[in-house]
Design a protein around this ligand. Structure first.
Ligand SMILES: Nc1ncnc2c1ncn2[C@@H]1O[C@H](COP(=O)(O)OP(=O)(O)O)[C@@H](O)[C@H]1O
Ligand SMILES: [Mg+2]
Length: 220
């Protein structure tokens, strides 16, 4: 489902951020990605979301070599992936409800079909009262929860999350972890970058550590 072979990455003619990264995930796998700030975790997630192409090596998503994708293939594949960006990327002209419902609207569902599910999800992440609020008035933690709800609402085949609990307290972090685990149990492949060791311990997940451009298996 996800495969990286001898992947190298540099931005322009800058230093090599990733040197020789190899890893593979099958459907239903879950991995945590750790490593110091600046190690390249967000960059690796960008490769998996096909927002970047590798400078070297192969990135294959859903069995397709991402360097060969173009035209309408890319958005179609991206629809099968839910992403929580480190900087949230909510749309300011939409309400919280509309932001979260967007992936369903994009695939042609009507508000009557998804209203209930979206409200239930907002309730689960503690944002029911903010459903009609615009993102600009939400706190950092609330924006993060809205971004997570949007990433999981369509039950994507792959979920990529970049420090998804970086702005919430430990109780809420545990609740959000539950959401990721539940999605994983239902078959979603989950790849989660985090500094939060307690989260990793709670999930007993398989851990990859990115440092000096290479990836090591560091399962606790
Ligand atoms: N768009 C970019 N252009 C140039 N350099 C970048 C860009 N994005 C990230 N970098 C550099 O790549 C390195 C890894 O960054 P990043 O992937 O954000 O690491 P992490 O998420 O682990 O903190 C850093 O040195 C950063 O400055
Ligand atoms: Mg980062």
């Amino acid at each position: 489902m996800i495969e990286l072979q001898r992947v190298g990455l540099r931005y322009g003619d800058g230093p090599e951020i990733l040197k020789d990264v190899n890893f593979k995930m099958d459907q239903g796998d879950m991995r945590f990605l750790t490593g110091p700030s600046g190690a390249g975790k967000s960059s690796l997630l960008r490769l998996l979301f096909m927002a970047l192409k590798p400078s070297k090596g192969l990135v294959s998503i859903f069995g397709q070599d991402t360097s060969k994708l173009g035209g309408s293939n890319l958005p179609l594949l991206r629809r099968r992936i839910g992403v929580v960006f480190q900087d949230f990327r909510l749309l300011d002209h939409l309400t919280t409800f509309e932001n979260v419902a967007l992936p369903l609207r994009v695939i042609g569902q009507k508000p009557d079909d998804y209203h209930r599910d979206v409200m239930d999800l907002l309730d689960w992440v503690g944002l029911k009262d903010q459903a009609n609020a615009r993102p600009e008035i939400l706190s950092g933690g609330e924006k993060q929860r809205a971004a997570i709800a949007r990433a999981v609402v369509s039950k994507p085949e792959i979920l990529l999350a970049d420090e998804p609990t970086g702005n919430v307290d430990p109780v809420l972090a545990k609740r959000l972890l539950h959401l990721f685990l539940e999605l994983n149990r239902l078959g979603t492949t989950v790849f989660l970058a985090t500094h939060d060791l307690s989260l990793i311990k709670q999930a007993k997940g398989q851990v990859l550590r990115l440092e000096h451009g290479t990836l090591k298996d560091e399962t606790l």
